[in-house]
Design a binder for this molecule. Structure first.
Ligand SMILES: Nc1ncnc2c1ncn2[C@@H]1O[C@H](COP(=O)(O)OP(=O)(O)OP(=O)(O)O)[C@@H](O)[C@H]1O
Ligand SMILES: [Mg+2]
Length: 255
């Protein structure tokens, strides 16, 4: 799905990513964990071809960047981030935001058929938001907006789904609901998920692998169960960390 070798990326005199080598295989789902400013979003932008590394090679979905039309690859990548919310027209009904995903556009410029609308509603049903189809995006709660965005991304039937901090701003209960939806998506197995977060407890058991990013570098990577322990996380966060395992998730506290 993804192969990167020796990635180096600097902008405006700052090295943002350094020596990043990483491989994501079909059938794996990855959590990308790191503190603010560790380079997570930058790494995602490289995968999407929005940023070009200064050194190193990038292959996504079998295509080598620099030798292929990135716009074609992007059609197979679903991207969900809180920052993107700003780009939607807030007055658009949720169904239109969802349908725009089919065309890889931010707004729905095409006229759509009854069948396409039905497809959009089915997708919204899948994510428990079909009752909001005609509500303006601006009136939706943060959790509802995240679901609309995921439904929008899935309209294009992506091979890779990138979720950049999808639980930001959600309350405890809503966060668990959304995580449950994401788990179902991962278990269906039709799409490879990259899930970015600051929060260790959001690393669900279905995220088979974890990439720990620190200061633009890979601190560690591998099977989640081997990484999310007190030793590794204490040195990762540079603090004494206590880990409590519950339902296959690691809940952490600073000692
Ligand atoms: N164009 C740029 N020029 C200079 N510095 C940049 C540029 N883009 C990003 N950075 C810096 O690179 C670092 C990594 O940014 P990035 O957004 O990838 O972090 P992140 O891990 O996603 O953080 P967060 O968890 O807060 O979203 C930050 O320190 C940021 O200020
Ligand atoms: Mg970020």
């Amino acid at each position: 799905m993804i192969r990167m070798e020796g990635l180096l990326l600097y902008r405006n005199g700052k090295t943002i990513l350094r020596d990043v080598s990483w491989e994501v295989k079909d059938g794996e789902h990855w959590a990308i964990l790191g503190l603010n400013g560790s380079g997570k979003t930058t790494l995602l932008k490289v995968i999407n071809g929005y940023l070009w590394p200064n050194e190193g090679s990038v292959q996504v979905l079998g295509e080598t960047f620099g030798k292929t039309d990135i716009r074609e690859i992007r059609k197979s990548i679903g991207w969900v981030s809180a920052a993107m919310v700003e780009e939607f027209d807030r007055r658009d009904p949720a169904i239109e935001v969802v349908l725009s995903g089919k065309y890889g556009a931010i707004r729905l410029f095409e006229s759509v058929t009854e069948e396409e609308i039905a497809e959009g509603v089915r997708m919204m049903m899948r994510f428990g938001i079909s009752h909001l189809a005609n509500s303006a995006f601006e009136y939706l709660s943060q959790g509802e907006r995240q679901r609309v965005q995921i439904a929008r991304a899935m309209m294009a039937k992506p091979k890779l789904l990138i979720l950049d901090e999808p639980c930001t701003g959600l309350d405890l209960v809503e966060r668990e609901h959304l995580l449950n939806t994401i788990r179902e998506l991962a278990e269906e197995g039709n799409v490879t998920i990259l899930y970015v977060t600051h929060h260790v407890e959001e690393v669900l058991p279905c995220f088979t692998h974890t990439l720990l990013m620190r200061d633009g570098q890979v601190f560690a990577q591998g099977e989640s169960t081997l990484l999310l322990n007190e030793d590794t996380l204490s040195s990762f966060f540079n603090h004494d960390i206590a880990v409590r395992l519950e339902k296959g998730r690691a809940w952490v506290a600073v000692k």
